[in-house]
Design a protein around this ligand. Sequence first.
Ligand code: KIV
Ligand code: ZN
Length: 509
Amino acid sequence: MKKERIMIFDSTLRDGEQTPGAKLNASEKLKIALQLARLNVDVIEAGFPISSPGDFRAVQQISRKVKGPVIAALARAVKEDIDCAWDSIKDSEKPRLHVFLAASDIHMQKKLRKDPDTCLQEAVQAVRYAKSLTQDVEYSLEDATRAREDYILRVVEAVIDAGATVVNIPDTVGYAVPQEFGRLIHLINTRVPNINKATISVHCHNDLGLAVINSLTAVENGARQIECNINGIGERAGNASLEEIVVAMKIREDHYPFETGINLQEIYRTSRTVSKLSGIPIPINKAVIGTNAFTHSSGIHQDGIIKDKRTYEIINAELIGGQAAQMVLTARSGRHAVRHQLESMGYNLNDEEFKRLYERFIELSDKKKEVYKEDLEALLIDVSFAEPTYELDYLQTISGTKTVPAAVVRLRKGEEKLEEISSGAGPIDAAYKAIDKITQINIRLENYNLRAVTRGVDALGEVSIKINHEDKNIIGRGVSTDIIEASVKAYLDAINKLINMVAYNNNNK
Ligand code: KIV
Ligand code: ZN
């Protein structure tokens, strides 16, 4: 059966940019617009040009440089706004003027202090004027879901007569509930005599968390354009999330006999780009694109996923261009899950190697509740699988603003336990000096690097160092949630390698 095409109108750069705290400059807007074109949205609402000279320039640049989607600019129903919007988009290969005016009594009376007939006249005049500039004119009835139905029907018919090719029904304050909104769209679709000359669009805000379901219900009742934003950003609680809408239609195509032109593979990248440039983080549990959307934590779920992904996963991360589902390993995950995760990362350890790694995994999962792939990788680096000469048995350091930094270090060397104390420029320096006293090896520290390898405040720190002994340079690495411990492990790792190297050279002389 041929599916009906739903147009996706992206307003991330206009309504999305109205998110408190989000401000994008012209080059950031252009980057996002280019990415939206790769995502293959049908319309990019690039901005509200009259609102500032910066916004005007951003819309103009997008209109000139972004090919593919229609480029829309927003304007109030006044000549000055429409002229400004037109100036900004006239160089686009597919320009659209988007004109809006209030439709609810509360907006008309309290905000505009105008009566409905005056507003209707202004709407018609504005659409006629916009139409004299371009073919593609969209008209929005602001706050439609709190407007009187008979007035909505009159306005929709009049603006279509005046030349509007798209009529947009916004739920401006996110007040509608699905059945009621669906009924309104059905009413417009069946009662407005000239409705076949225009596309019905919807634009839902998320104040009650219903923006996506309202949009989908509208489509079931005759809407053929959905206005939505990447990551659902927008005024107050935001707008309908583009990614949730298109993925819901895809995953439940048995229910929704529609299709969009969206290139699903670009969703992940678009979502991350918008978040990075707007500075608005993606909630961790956000449907479709939140980090946890593809993360399995409970032991029962992990077991199910290992046996068959479909047990607990309805969306495949690869569908949206994301990374395959992650299992967050915890102390309760069990050997099977840890081994499975390692194998999926390409590591096939023998039983002895796995035993050592698993011991370290249990130690780590005690300190750090969740163990990610990157943590396992860091543990693999740490477990060198060669017998070390010195192992850390005990470490205590003191440091502070008015204290001389000092360290007590105890190392195991076979059956022996060797302990030393030292002061230093800082706790790490003190610990290194204490180790030097124990090993009696003359070492110069050439290089020291620390980086967080995993997420969160309890992230693992990886220390990599370079030491020099006589003519040899040796790299050592250590990993721990405690950076001083990671530093000491890195130092010992380098010393153990040095000892092995010297022994090897002596044996082969
Ligand atoms: O929410 C709204 O009503 C709008 C219109 C300008 C379309 O953003
Ligand atoms: Zn809006």
